[in-house]
Design a protein around this ligand. Structure first.
Ligand code: IPE
Ligand code: IPE
Ligand code: MG
Length: 234
């Protein structure tokens, strides 16, 4: 995917796990389990496809509204994913980052996630950002608070640029996504990366996340390559 020496950032709204399960007469959690398998496949495919940054929406700030059994199941799967995959991710040069606020998660799970971030901090082949308890508006609110604290400490906000806001977000230091893929057929952003997707190209699939394949990823990338990004110019 790399054109010039620039890095490529793919963001994914992994949607449709519940409907995938329903269509098979299975409980929703089985859909999430199949979704983890799809995530593993796509993580492996990314370096082959020239993707340097993969950012996936795993749990939104709004997903707490789901039945507590489903929330518990999702958290359990997350812990399982890290237990089972961390070593392999580490060996494959994957750096794990987290977007979102880990504070409301169970302390043991939050600690496990922080350890996985620390254990992979030196890796550069692929940066896998897990958006967990993530919401774009909440992220912007947290950044606003951090900037306000700097102003109270004496900095002059008039001197700030867009980069100062970007650096206060959870994605600090990362390029903005080049392409956003949403599976599951819905045409909405659902509070994902609101600041960062200002000029991101969008691709949606009717297929549900557990069925998303490297071939479909290839299709999305092919479409992306054929587009002209104007960034407001001519
Ligand atoms: C996306 O699948 C996964 C998460 C939100 C964690 P859904 O669970 O939203 O699946 P649908 O949209 O109900 O089919
Ligand atoms: C977005 O999917 C969140 C994740 C994929 C984690 P949702 O299923 O929560 O989004 P809505 O409710 O359809 O907007
Ligand atoms: Mg959904």
């Amino acid at each position: 995917m790399r054109e010039n020496a620039e890095s490529f950032h793919l963001a994914v709204i992994m949607d449709g796990n519940g409907r995938w399960a329903k269509g098979r007469g299975l409980p929703r959690l089985m859909g999430h389990r199949a979704g983890v398998e799809a995530l593993k496949r796509i993580v492996e495919a990314c370096p082959r496809q020239g993707i340097d940054y993969l950012t996936v929406y795993a749990f939104s700030t709004e997903n707490w509204r789901r039945p507590s059994q489903e929330v518990r199941g999702l958290m359990g799967l997350l812990g399982e994913y890290i237990d089972r995959e961390l070593e392999r991710l580490r060996e494959n040069g994957v750096r794990i980052r987290v977007l979102g606020d880990l504070a409301p998660l169970a302390p043991a799970l939050a600690a496990k996630i922080r350890q996985s971030v620390a254990a992979t901090a030196a890796n550069r082949r692929l940066t896998l950002s897990l958006a967990l308890n993530y919401g774009g508006r909440q992220e912007i609110l947290r950044a606003a608070r951090a900037l306000a604290a700097r102003a109270l400490a004496g900095e002059d906000p008039a001197a700030w640029r867009e980069d100062d806001v970007a650096a206060a977000l959870d994605t600090a230091g990362m390029p903005d996504p080049d392409l956003l893929i949403r599976t599951g057929g819905d045409l909405r952003v659902s509070n994902f990366l609101l600041w960062q997707i200002a000029y991101t190209e969008i691709w949606t699939t009717a297929s549900f996340w557990p069925d998303f394949s490297e071939a479909e990823l290839g299709e999305a990338l092919l479409s992306f390559r054929g587009r002209q990004r104007r960034f407001g110019g001519v």
